[in-house]
Design a protein around this ligand. Sequence first.
Ligand SMILES: Cc1cc2nc3c(=O)[nH]c(=O)nc-3n(C[C@H](O)[C@H](O)[C@H](O)COP(=O)(O)O)c2cc1C
Length: 331
Amino acid sequence: MANLTVKYLGLELKSPFLVSSCGLTRTMRGIRQCAAAGASAVVLESLFEEQIDSELGVGSAARASSEEIAIHPEAADYLNELGKTYAPHSYLELIQQARSELDIPVIASVNCVSARWWSDYARQIEAAGADALELNIALMPRQVDHEAAGLESRIYDIIKGVRDQVSLPITVKIGPYFTSLPRVIAGITAAGANGVVLFNRFYQLDIDPEAEELVGGYQFSSEHEIYLPLRWVSILAPQVNCDISASTGVHSGLAGAKMILAGANVVQVASVLYTRKVKHLTTMIEEFDAWMERRGYSTVAEARGHLMQSQTYNPEALERLQYIKALTGAG
Ligand SMILES: Cc1cc2nc3c(=O)[nH]c(=O)nc-3n(C[C@H](O)[C@H](O)[C@H](O)COP(=O)(O)O)c2cc1C
């Protein structure tokens, strides 16, 4: 077996394959399964800011305004209920238990829309023993007066707010919808983050045309969704000053290999562990190991970044050429 160890957020991991934040990491039972299948770290399912708000009674003054989160009253009720069953204090207990029972790092995750509630809870996450904190920040522009710069500074403010409270490593999970991702990631790093997760796969909205209702879409990714994060990892890796964890569409060991060649430090996996069972993670790691051996790599560091889009050639022209070839059938 090749040496699969990697470093992510300063943590020593036994392989680049993490389980990403999802329902599998909500309970100790699920977390144990992930660890048994070979996960090198787990990112816990996100705690929603509103859950913290509802239990800790941060109070209406500190709540995100309706401008900050266009949340429906029913949704607020639901979150309050959720806050009661899956409360912030249980989240801290989960961190403590996972930390004491397992020998892999535990990364806490919070879905946040504002910086205000952090003063206390971020410190409690750190005190509970989390090895790192993933901030799941999904701010969607919905109105004509939502300017890009304003939304981006909110992201930076959230990160700064957390950085002021804790010294544990912070990674920021974002979506792909920015005018200039390189610039936003430079801002995220300057605000104090140690890593980025590219990308979150947002809740899919669908419409039931018979009932004429908005409904949730299919929640799992397909393996073809890898191309978007793959492109961005390869563009960003040579330019950013932080670690990169690739997420979305990583369904096989070879998909993990592509991400490492593109310049990712690690990959995160969720959907395929639902569609093919958690044990598929073991197969993925074995497949990655076999690829390393075939390609003659003895460490992941040797393979990492071989195919990132370097500034020394013109990747834009190359991509354009591939595009023209595909359109004209010459490729
Ligand atoms: C059932 C389910 C629940 C998820 N819950 C969360 C969550 O709580 N927080 C989060 O940041 N991402 C969540 N995600 C997104 C995943 O962490 C991941 O970023 C996304 O599914 C893309 O990766 P994949 O293609 O491997 O599934 C969830 C995904 C699934 C399928």
